[in-house]
Each structure stands twice: as C-alpha cells, then as structure tokens.
Write a protein that binds this ligand. Structure first.
Ligand code: SIN
Ligand code: FE
Length: 324
C-alpha cells in the first residue's frame, strides 16, 4: 500500500468542516468520507495506518477505497442487469450459511454462477476487514451478501423503506442487541457512480431525535417475539434505534436542512462503514455489491461514539441488560 498522505479523518461534532458562508436554508457542509489508498483485498498496512482507519471508522466516518476494484469477468457481467431480480426484492441475497441465492430468477446454471460471484465478493470483503482490523476477527460474524442490480432513483417505496432518505440501519424484525453493523460496499457498475448523501455524526443526530423516542412498554418485547414480529426479544436499544430510523426518514425538514454531504462513489470504488452509526442515503446508482458483518461491540476500541453508548449517555442509563 502507498503512503497515507492526505489521510485526514474527519472528527465528529465540533470539528466538522464548517463552510462559514452559507445562505439560509442550505445545510451545513460536512466531510465524513476518509480516502484510503488501499488497492488490494488483502492489503499490507502498517499498524499506524490500520489504527488511523479504525479510529475514523469507529467515529462514524466512511472509509473510501477509490482504488479497490472488484472486476467481474466477461461472463459475470451479464448479472449487472435488473432482470435477474425476482421483482419481490430488489436485491439478490446470499446468506452466510447458504449456498443458493435468494431473490433471483434464472436457469440453475445462472443461479449457480450468481452464487459463485456473490460468494467471491463475500470472501474478498472478509479478507479486507480481517487484514485492516485483525482485532475484529474473533468478534466478527459474516451475515448476508447482496448484489443490487437495479437503479435506485425513482423506485416507488413507502417512506419507511425509502433509502433515499437519510437514516441509520435498524431492522424491525431482527433485534441486534448492540451488535454492530459493519458493511463493505462496492460500486460494481462500469459506468454510473453510486451517489450517496452522508449525514452528521450520530451523536448530533441522536441529541435531536432521542427525546422523541419512547421506551418499551411492559410485555411489549415478549409479545412481539411471541407473535413472530421479531426473531428474538427486542431490547430497548433496538426499539430506540428503530424509532431513530423512522423519525429521521419521516422528517422532511431534517432531510433537507441537516448537515450533510453528497458523495459520488465512482465505478470500481469500495467503501466501508458502520451503517448503524453513519447517517446515509442512497440517491442514484445502478449496480452495487454489499457485505454485512455483525461485530460484537466489545471489539470496538473507542466505544464512546457507538450508538449504544450515545443513547445510554443521553438517556442516562444502559440501553442493554447487563447480561446478554
Ligand atoms: C442503504 O443501505 O441504505 C442503501 C445503500 C445503497 O443501496 O447504496
Ligand atoms: Fe441503509
């Protein structure tokens, strides 16, 4: 890997790049994207470089690897087309414990090739994370991998599912109990950039919206589990995170006026982010691959910025039971 020159992680809150002059109604500009000169899925980095990247990541920045390509061979390029999606979900998914893709239509041979491609991406993403953050290794669990071969812009979805609105990731049926969501994204489209908006640091966002959230009612978590609304008991942490997701998406004034930046991830770019922490919105783009990892929060070195710590600080009590 080359030198880390120009590697200047953005610091949340007080130290955002502040564009002094701005006209009324224009959101405050921020810079949450940290460029990293990694060009290999198993990169050799010095411990200083790795520490700088890890600290930027844990503070909620987006690590951007503009030179980290994941080339498709000629036969794989046919999969960059929305016709492979079964229409029910826009994503073609491979679960960590399965060998067959979900959400795709095609001949058995095509579906096998699709699974091979997605599996190859999962392996590359895992090697990257393990090489950059070896301390995460024992606490890291591979979750789903997806190929998203459909244009984002102009999709009709309900506001809650509308990922063109700034949000943090949180799932109604899948309580995570503080497990972190680490995601490795790659723009696999040869021509179109993937255009994201990236929002303010999580603590600033939480200070605005946490007072509007509620705790669980007695018996609510039990009942939701009993009715199979959730896969396991929902913790207060999950309950509040879900409300934060919804409150952000429902607030069009926040969407328009909150501190934010628009960033174009070029074809062939890779980026890594804690998506439960970094506010993000996907505005445009044609084809992306994505790997999700669950990370035990104990592996995070600087936990003061993690959503659980921020929520507990604002509400002045732990969001998770002491024993899990
Ligand atoms: C999201 O995680 O909100 C969507 C990311 C994307 O499709 O680029
Ligand atoms: Fe998201």
């Amino acid at each position: 890997m080359g030198s880390m020159q120009g590697f200047a992680p953005a610091t949340p809150s007080a130290h955002d790049h502040y564009s002094g002059k701005r006209s009324l109604g224009e959101p405050r500009a921020i810079d949450m994207v940290v460029p990293c000169p990694v060009r290999d899925w198993t990169p050799a980095v010095t411990s200083d470089e790795a520490a700088a990247m890890r600290s930027a990541l844990e503070r909620g920045n987006v690590l951007h690897f503009p030179g980290l390509d994941f080339p498709l061979d000629v036969r794989e390029q046919r999969f960059l087309d929305a016709r492979w999606s079964d229409g029910k979900t826009k994503n073609i998914n491979l679960r960590a414990t399965e060998t067959r893709v979900r959400g795709a239509v095609g001949q058995p041979a095509d579906l096998r090739d699709l699974a091979t491609l997605i599996e190859r991406y999962a392996g590359a993403a895992e090697r990257l994370v393990l090489a950059l953050f070896p301390d995460y290794g024992p606490h890291l669990k591979r979750a789903g991998t997806s190929l998203r071969p459909a244009e984002i812009a102009g999709r009709p979805v309900s506001w809650r599912k509308d990922d063109t609105r700034l949000h943090v990731d949180a799932f109604p049926s899948n309580p995570l109990h503080g497990q972190r969501l680490l995601r490795v994204f790659h723009n696999v489209d040869p021509d179109a950039p993937r255009v994201w908006r990236i929002g303010e640091p999580f603590a600033d966002f939480a200070e605005r919206f946490v007072p509007k959230t509620r705790g669980l009612l007695p018996g609510q978590s039990w009942l939701m589990h009993k009715l199979h609304i959730t896969k396991r008991l929902r913790s207060e942490y999950d309950h509040r995170m879900l409300q934060l997701h919804d409150l952000a998406k429902a607030d069009l004034v926040y969407q328009r006026t909150a501190p934010q930046q628009t960033f174009e991830f070029a074809p062939g770019a890779t980026w890594v982010v804690f998506s439960d922490q970094a506010l993000h919105a996907a505005m445009r783009g044609r084809a992306m691959m994505e790997q999700t990892f669950y990370l035990d929060p104990a592996a995070v070195a600087d936990r003061t910025h993690s959503p659980e710590a921020v929520l507990s600080r604002i509400l002045n009590r732990p969001m998770l039971p002491a024993q899990r």
